[in-house]
Design a protein around this ligand. Structure first.
Ligand code: FEO
Length: 167
């Protein structure tokens, strides 16, 4: 059985993952508007991953006898100054999610909730990957700021991303 404080914190995280889904879908639409379809596809797949993260938490709360309660989602930002600005915002967003996950781990430790601690370890590892993949794109975009042709090569590369298998 989940402690009520942990149940609420996990529901908040479920909301944050759904908000991430919504944000990345909004970024996909922004990239579509810039005719960068590869970037858009990458963001669409990212949005799908975020939905999968939310469902992982949904299932965990149910499994532990908790109650899922969905909260409101704010309208995400829809315009960015440049392709680099949008990806930099994605990286910042992932860093924020990482700090939320770390706070949840601290809470699980304080409550001696070993099952939740173990559950959260998947997210700890996932956040390392999430930050790394966004950071790699941001660094490459910075390198090619003065070479717009590079943007279209990158667009092709990002468009080759395939959906990861559910875990
Ligand atoms: Fe679910 Fe990108 O963090």
């Amino acid at each position: 059985m989940l402690a009520s404080q942990m149940e609420k914190a996990l529901n908040d995280q479920l909301n944050a993952e759904l908000a991430s889904d919504y944000l990345y879908l909004s970024m996909a639409a922004y990239y579509e508007s810039q005719n960068l379809e590869g970037f858009a596809k990458w963001m669409q797949l990212q949005a799908q991953e975020e939905f999968a993260h939310a469902m992982k938490i949904y299932t965990y709360i149910q499994t532990r006898g908790g109650r899922v309660r969905l909260g409101a989602l704010e309208a995400p930002q829809s315009e960015w100054d440049s392709p680099l600005a949008a990806f930099s915002a994605a990286l910042e967003h992932e860093r924020m999610i990482t700090s939320r996950i770390n706070a949840l781990v601290d809470m699980a430790n304080a409550e001696k909730d070993n099952a939740t601690h173990q559950f959260l370890m998947w997210f700890v590892a996932e956040q390392v990957e999430e930050e790394e993949s966004a950071s790699r794109v941001v660094e490459r975009l910075k390198l090619m700021e003065d070479a717009p042709g590079g943007l279209f090569i990158m667009d092709r590369e990002l468009g080759s991303r395939v959906a990861s298998a559910p875990q």
